[in-house]
Design a protein around this ligand. Structure first.
Ligand SMILES: [Zn+2]
Ligand SMILES: [Zn+2]
Length: 323
């Protein structure tokens, strides 16, 4: 089954986020935009974690959905066209961690995305990070630990947990950032680097820019919205063709099989926020299937016009930039 997943977002407990960034509104906007799976973001924050445990119930392996009464709440607020035939939103436990530390005489500031398949693994990651620094004041905590150590904590939490370096080219806050990062993913995560199988291009870079760096060839390229309000969901998304299943999705990123790529907008436009909202200024990069290696990159292609788009868009109201 082909679907869209937006796996980097923030809750109302991260700095500079909307008060509406709760599970109900995230689900509502995901349904409006045809996004099947949304990352919860911020799972190390105690209040958000409590909300996740109270409002989410297990769905398919490694995935969660809202409690039935909350799903009804969302359903009642959806436009009629979005109600029929759509599966309700699935959530994947996720968090972004900002690490700051010195290595080889330089200060490194790097953002990472962590995913876990269940609450127990989420709690193990949280407990380990709680011993290192303050995870209570920000949904995206800033902690003084080495990237390799963070990856180790992730891997030890559960065999299914994984880490994706976030928006890897952001100059001040990324694994390959020119001001704060490294020259290669391997240098950042050391001997544990083989456990990294995907990297996030982020809003400010697109797959062709990453294809020019041969050390990135072995990684799947993902991208997400990094939304700070529910309305911004889907600014960029990943396209999967797997079962709705955390482990299938993880396997698709590991092997490339079942991973179709990303939907992206022009990276230069992320410097001009007013353009980011336009439904017309989008490009599509199908990064993994060579037979689908079309580059729809004209600024005048409306989102819904991809007649040759290989992924059936089964949402009745897919319109990612509808506000
Ligand atoms: Zn970040
Ligand atoms: Zn973020």
């Amino acid at each position: 089954m082909a679907f869209y997943a937006d796996l980097h977002i923030h809750s109302k407990y991260s700095r500079a986020t909307s008060r509406n960034c709760d599970l109900e509104h995230l689900s509502l906007w995901a349904r409006k935009k045809g996004i099947a799976i949304v990352g919860t973001g911020d799972f190390t924050h105690p209040a958000w974690q409590a909300e996740l445990k109270e409002k989410l119930v297990p769905a398919e392996p490694g995935l969660f959905r809202l409690r039935p009464d909350l799903e009804r709440f969302v359903e009642e607020r959806l436009p009629a066209a979005c109600r029929s035939g759509g599966t309700t939103t699935r959530f994947m436990l996720s968090v972004e961690i900002s690490t700051i530390y010195k290595k080889l005489d330089r200060t490194r500031k790097i953002h990472h995305l962590i995913y876990t398949p269940d609450f127990q693994a989420m709690e193990r990651v949280t407990a380990s990070l709680d011993r290192i620094g303050n995870i209570k004041s920000d949904g995206r905590p800033i902690l003084g630990l080495d990237s390799r150590h963070l990856l180790e904590i992730t891997l030890e939490s559960d065999p299914g947990s994984y880490l994706v370096p976030a928006h890897i080219w952001t100059p001040w806050f990324a694994a390959l950032g020119s001001k704060s990062g490294f020259d290669a993913i391997d240098d950042c995560y050391g001997d544990l680097a083989p456990h990294i199988f995907a990297v996030e291009t982020g809003l400010s870079s697109a797959p062709p820019m990453n294809w020019r760096v041969s050390s990135l060839d072995r990684f799947r390229l993902v991208s997400n919205s990094d939304a700070h309000s529910p309305e911004k969901l889907g600014r960029e998304v990943c396209v999967f063709d797997t079962d709705l299943d955390y482990f299938a999705l993880r396997r698709a990123l590991e092997t490339g099989e079942g991973y179709a790529g990303t939907l992206e907008f022009f990276p230069e436009l992320c410097l001009q926020p007013s353009y980011v909202e336009s439904p017309l200024l989008l490009s599509v990069f199908v990064t993994e299937f060579s037979s689908f290696s079309l580059h729809k990159s004209s600024p005048h292609i409306p989102y819904l016009s991809f007649g040759t788009w290989p992924v059936p868009l089964d949402s009745p109201c897919w319109h990612p930039y509808q506000t």
